[in-house]
Ligand binder design. Structure first.
Ligand code: PHB
Length: 254
């Protein structure tokens, strides 16, 4: 693998190029990508050209660059995320149809909650979650469930802080967070009013694959809405998703 003068591998440079894209930055010029990736302009342009040739990046008519559909295709093929999403989606649809509120599926990814799916409703409360977007573990209801069941080393790392306040009621005190996580493990759910936004309450439950927590299912409710009906619907959806994951039926039946 050809390394740059700094010793950085070609793959590391390619990842840096791809990593300049974000949920709020989906289209960029080649020069912007080079600058954000910290690469010399000629290197950035060469890598971008090759990635465009391979379909991993795409150029629009104004020559601006976006992530290619082929990247999406390759990333999803056979991925754990797709398997989870396929098992959970029909049951998330039931939750969404019943509650008419945002329903979402998240996994732990590099110390954050990464959202694999979000079903919305036109009349539902404000929601900052995006598919393929991330939220801090200590602030989102999904993140709290994932953190409660995470590897203890990760949990301690997060507890060391800093615990940034995202909403008016985000837990920012490590001792309070530690107690909240123990309570989530005990009760099997979390209700987090005002943790992300003042107007809403996130409610989340764990989703297990062969006994291990692999995801969180959540809904975002208006702040004062009752939690119990959402909890019943989420628990039912999690149990059904877990059963589908167990026999992998939705994946093999085409
Ligand atoms: C949550 O997961 O707790 C959550 C996510 C997005 C929001 C509100 C709450 O907008």
């Amino acid at each position: 693998m050809a390394n740059s003068a700094s010793g950085e591998s070609m793959i590391a440079r390619v990842v840096r190029v791809i990593d300049t894209f974000g949920v709020d930055r989906t289209v960029q010029t080649a020069s912007e990508i080079g600058r954000r990736a910290g690469l010399p302009s000629s290197t950035a342009h060469r890598i971008i050209d090759e990635l465009v040739d391979e379909g991993l990046l795409e150029r629009d008519l104004e020559h601006r660059v976006r992530l290619g559909t082929r990247l999406w295709e390759l990333a999803l093929r056979g991925s754990t995320a797709l398997r989870l999403r396929q098992a959970a989606l029909p049951h998330m649809e039931s939750v969404q149809a019943e509650l008419r509120e945002h329903t979402q599926l998240a996994v732990l990814e590099r110390d954050e909650a990464l959202f694999l799916e979000r079903l919305s409703h036109p009349d539902a409360v404000s929601n900052i979650t995006r598919v393929a977007g991330r939220l801090p573990l200590h602030a989102s209801s999904s993140g709290l469930v994932l953190l409660a069941h995470a590897d203890p080393a990760l949990r301690e790392r997060v507890l060391e802080g800093p615990l940034r306040a995202v909403g008016p009621n985000t837990i920012t005190d490590p001792a309070v967070l530690r107690r909240a996580l123990a309570e989530i493990r005990r009760s099997g759910f979390v209700s987090a009013p005002g943790s992300i936004e003042a107007v809403s309450t996130g409610v989340a439950v764990p989703l297990r694959d062969r006994g291990e927590v692999v995801a969180a299912l959540s809904v975002v409710l208006p702040r004062e809405a009752p939690v119990e009906p959402a909890l019943v619907a989420l628990r039912d959806a999690a149990a059904r998703s877990e059963a589908d994951l167990r026999d992998d039926a939705p994946l093999t039946r085409q």
